[in-house]
Design a binder for this molecule. Structure first.
Ligand SMILES: Nc1ncnc2c1ncn2[C@@H]1O[C@H](COP(=O)(O)OP(=O)(O)O)[C@@H](O)[C@H]1O
Ligand SMILES: [Mg+2]
Length: 369
């Protein structure tokens, strides 16, 4: 039996604010994987971006299992390399890698690029789709180009803000209030504010610029429900499938960091009760958004649903949460796909993509000679 076991690397932790969630997602995936078929090897990354060895990663996860904080420690050696040669060698031993670092450096194409360079099969979207989905300014532009409704917005760069803050506040005021202010490449609602007046603008814009060099100022959609839809690639290179819908309910003003991770009153409901016509439209929009960014493997598409059935795509997440409370695995569970089978499917898709790439003629130097 053990000889049939293949190696699945799981990359977790990382520099983003979603470090703890990543640890939880990875633990849930490792616990659910079919152990007869896969031996999981953890690759934990500290907040400063340093990779622990698989042995250190395993010890850290064991300690967390026994009650230590869900935090990847910095490696002991003061001047340790970002990644030790032995850790790279262990990555190269993997039959597939499941990147489970949410947010910057894990979900934005950087980790995907590293795995491409190592030529290791991995789960989920490639470099380009990951980078676009993470970047709200670019992603919304593409959504608008393909006719997917999004809340009206403008993008402001930090040099514009530095050179003419009064002009930026004036431009922002054209959306009226309340309005949302957010970093373009953020997550977990960090750096996001909902403001009710022009007087609050400067502080909110500065807060968003503390997280990114580009920010979005958006019209606030009112009386909205927050509905999420999972999309999963099919194994046959054919059409992806959209899941049942899930709903987030918060008593807070919006789905902010506290609502996401701290407020026990936040509810995740799956399946959501939505008018079937609106639900199908949402699933169709999720599939169109998937195609528009060139996503692979998995995406969670987050929507705002107005009282009159109007829909806006909020954002796309290429590495959705996989914790026991997370929506992406829950909506597929509702559809009859338990977590271990969902993981199997995602890993198979990553391996298929890798094989497809190798069967294509090279576009590199050899091809040009
Ligand atoms: N234009 C908007 N209208 C209404 N609510 C919004 C709008 N933009 C963001 N929100 C609220 O803020 C939350 C976080 O925004 P989102 O763009 O999804 O950023 P993040 O990537 O940090 O999750 C949403 O789940 C929603 O509650
Ligand atoms: Mg969001």
């Amino acid at each position: 039996m053990a000889s049939e076991q293949r190696i699945l690397g799981v990359v977790l932790g990382g520099a983003s604010a979603e470090h703890t969630i990543s640890v939880r997602s990875a633990r849930a995936v490792m616990a659910a994987v079919d152990a007869d078929r896969w031996r999981t090897v953890p690759f934990a990354v500290s907040r400063s971006g340093r990779w622990l060895t698989p042995e250190e990663s395993g010890l850290t996860l064991n300690a967390i299992e026994l009650g230590a904080p869900e935090e990847i420690p910095e490696p002991h050696a003061r001047h340790s390399a970002l990644i030790a040669p032995a850790t790279v060698a262990a990555l190269l031993q993997c039959d597939a890698v499941f990147p489970l670092i949410h947010g910057s450096t894990g979900e934005d194409g950087m980790l995907q690029g590293f795995l491409e360079t190592l030529d290791v099969p991995y789960v989920g979207s490639g470099v380009g789709a990951s980078a676009i989905a993470m970047d709200k300014a670019r992603c919304k532009q593409i959504m608008r180009d393909v006719g997917i409704p999004v809340a009206p917005w403008i993008v402001v760069r930090c040099d514009e803000w530095r050179d003419d803050p009064t002009g930026v506040v004036r431009r922002g005021s054209e959306f009226g209030y309340p309005q949302f202010v957010k970093p373009s490449r953020g997550g977990s609602s960090i750096g996001i504010s909902k403001i009710d007046s022009r007087e609050e603008a400067a502080e909110a814009y500065a807060g968003a610029f503390a997280c990114d060099s580009e920010i979005l100022i958006e019209e606030a959609m009112s009386a909205v429900r927050e509905i999420e839809c999972g999309v999963l690639g099919s194994t046959s290179q054919g059409a992806p499938v959209a899941s049942s819908l899930g709903e987030i309910r918060t008593k807070r003003e919006f789905y902010d960091y506290t609502a996401k991770y701290e407020d026990p009153e936040t509810e995740l409901i799956a399946p959501a009760t939505v008018d079937p016509i609106v639900g199908r439209r949402m699933q169709d929009l999720a599939l169109r958004a998937w195609r528009a960014v060139g996503a692979e493997g998995m995406v969670r598409a987050d929507f705002l649903l107005g009282a009159d059935g109007q829909l806006w795509l909020g954002e796309l997440n290429t590495i959705p949460g996989f914790t026991s409370a997370s929506m992406y695995p829950r909506v597929f569970e509702v559809d009859g796909l338990p977590l271990n089978e969902l993981i199997d499917r995602l890993v198979a898709l990553g391996i298929e993509r890798h094989q497809r790439r190798h069967s294509r003629p090279s576009t590199g130097r050899e091809a040009r000679r």
